[in-house]
Each structure stands twice: as C-alpha cells, then as structure tokens.
Design a protein. Structure first.
Length: 330
C-alpha cells in the first residue's frame, strides 16, 4: 500500500491520517468523558496480586455447602483469577482465589458453596480469559476442566518482526529490544502502528506493555482490531494520564465511540500494564490490568488485521515495548 496523506476532522479538530504499511494520526486531546453501558455479560470488578505459589486450601463461599466445583488446570498457563457468580448478577464479583495464589499447570482446586446455577470464568496471570461457562447447574460435584483457548496468533518477539509491517521512518520506528517489540514515535501528536497482515474475525487480544519513563504524561499506547486495507478499523488507546478511549476509523475519519474516560480504578502502573481488547460480534471492550474500563458496541466492521500502536503528545521521542501478544477466539 502506497504512502498517502489526507486531512480529516475528529471532534471538530483537524486530524492528519497517514496510510502506509503503518499509519499516523494527528488526534488532538479531547477531554470529554462519556459513560459506558455494557451489561450483556458480567465483568471483573477486582483483581489481586497474581505472584505466588499454589497453597492447596479450598475456597469456601458458604459453610452450609451442598455443591462443589473441582477446577483442574489443563491449560498451558497458571490460573491466577477465578470468578463464579449467579447469572442474575451483573458483575463477576471478587476473585475467589487467595491473595497471591496461583493454580499451577496440572493442579486442581476445590471451590465449595451452595448448589445452584452459576457462571464461571478462569483467567491466567495476564488476565487472559482461559475459559468461561454459563448457566452451569452445580448440584453435587461439578468437574471444571480448564484447557487452552483456541489460539489465533501468539508472538513473544524472540524471532524478530519479519512478518510485521513497519511504520514509515518519518513517523516512528519498530525494533526488537530486550526480546520485545519496541515501537517509538518522535513527532508530536502523530500515532504510529504496526499491523500484522492476518485477517481475523471475532477475537480477544492480550499484550504486555512496558512503558518508557520519559513517556509518562505525554503519550498513549494501545491496539487495533479489524483493520481494513484502507486503514479503517477500531483503535483502542490508553493515555499515560490514565484516560482511555475507543475510536473508529472510517473513510479516513476518526469517530470517538468512547471518548477519553478515566481509568483510575484499574491500577495503572507507570512501568508495566496488561491490555486486553475484545472485538466480538459488534461488542468492543478495553481492559487494563484485569479491569474492564470501556465497553461500547459498533457493527461497522467484523473482520480485519490487528496491530499495536503508540502516540506521542510531547516534544521528545517516546517508546513502548510490547511483549507476549496473544490473539485468541472469544
């Protein structure tokens, strides 16, 4: 795809959108906060420290138990978060594992409580959903076998970035640094993204993002899904001032689906954050460190490439390192 430049408007502001093997967008800095309304599925409301070993102590939700779930981890990841809630509950509630507890590969965990109908979710230590089950009738012992989700793509960037399409040199640079993809941008208010040319449909993306300390207060980072050949698609951004937004790019125009919203409850870390985006049957969601911060709906696109993005709001160069990118089926 040849490089070209066009000018368009975002929220009444001129926006510069460059399309090439990567892209750049002059997006300005809107401050309006818009509420989200997305209650079709329960969402996590609290996360705990994932770093520790399995204790083997059963979790008891109710002392007068008549049912139990025997969870066995047959996935390739440690399980750090387990949520069980009745279908009538809007949120997943609290993580049921002990603080600093993990369920190791091949290990089991017994969760006992009153019999009933429950929804269940298990996540790895990067908050990636390994398994969800809904309307499970627990009466007696229910065996919950958590296996690997269906993987679409995984990259720990130890093999380089040969298959990734690099941004044009005047916008940003991509390189492997410390076995991670480092994406940098030096021009103010220009967003550069790396895209992987593999069209996918419904997907969940999870990535670890290591932040350059010099970028704090002057940058944003994120991901794109369902990127079309002309650059249209959905853009998920998290700013270093702890605000997030979801934008739609259509016909060379940026449309805020959820303008910059506060994420102060999501435990933003100035050094390392774990982002998760969902693009699933018209539902778009952004999670940071295990907490859903934005949910919106839009059905304009349903298939396309995926990518990683940074934007520079300051005068100096900024960079982020992306690592352990996983793209899975929802």
């Amino acid at each position: 795809m040849r490089t070209r430049e066009v000018v368009f408007r975002l929220a009444g502001m001129l926006v510069l959108f460059c399309l090439a093997t990567a892209a750049c967008i002059r997006i300005g800095d809107p401050i309006q906060e818009m509420p989200s309304d997305f209650t079709q599925q329960p969402i996590s409301t609290q996360v705990l420290n994932p770093m520790a070993a399995l204790t083997g102590t059963p979790v008891v939700l109710d002392t007068s138990t008549s049912g139990e779930i025997q969870l066995t981890n047959n996935s390739d990841w440690h399980i750090c978060y387990v949520y069980i809630a009745p279908p009538s509950q809007d949120t997943w509630g609290h993580d049921l594992l002990e603080k600093n507890e993990e369920i190791a590969l091949g290990a089991s965990r017994t969760i006992s409580f009153q019999a009933g109908i429950y929804d269940m979710r298990a996540e790895n230590c990067d908050y990636m959903v390994l398994n969800e089950q809904y309307n499970v009738d627990v009466n007696g012992t229910y065996s919950w076998d958590v296996q690997n989700p269906t993987s679409i793509y995984f990259d720990d960037f130890t093999q380089g970035i040969t298959n990734w399409q690099a941004p044009v040199n005047s916008v940003g640079k991509a390189a492997i640094v410390d076995e991670a993809l480092e994406l940098s941008a030096s021009q103010k208010e220009l967003l550069a993204f790396e895209r992987f040319p593999q069209p996918v449909q419904d997907s969940i993306m999870v990535v670890e993002v290591h932040q350059d300390q010099a970028a704090i207060g002057s940058s944003a980072f994120g991901m794109m899904c369902w990127v079309q050949s002309n650059g249209d698609g959905y853009l998920f951004l998290l700013r270093s001032d702890q605000k997030a937004g979801i934008f739609k790019v259509k016909s060379q125009e940026m449309i805020p689906l959820a303008d910059w919203q506060s994420t102060t409850d999501a435990s933003y870390d100035p050094a390392l954050n774990i982002l998760q985006t969902t693009c699933n049957q018209g539902k778009l969601a952004l999670r940071m460190n295990g907490l859903t911060v934005i949910n919106v709906e839009d059905s304009e696109f349903s298939q396309g490439d995926f990518g990683l993005a940074v934007v520079n709001y300051g005068d100096g160069a900024i960079s982020y390192k992306f690592d352990n990118l996983a793209v899975i089926n929802p």
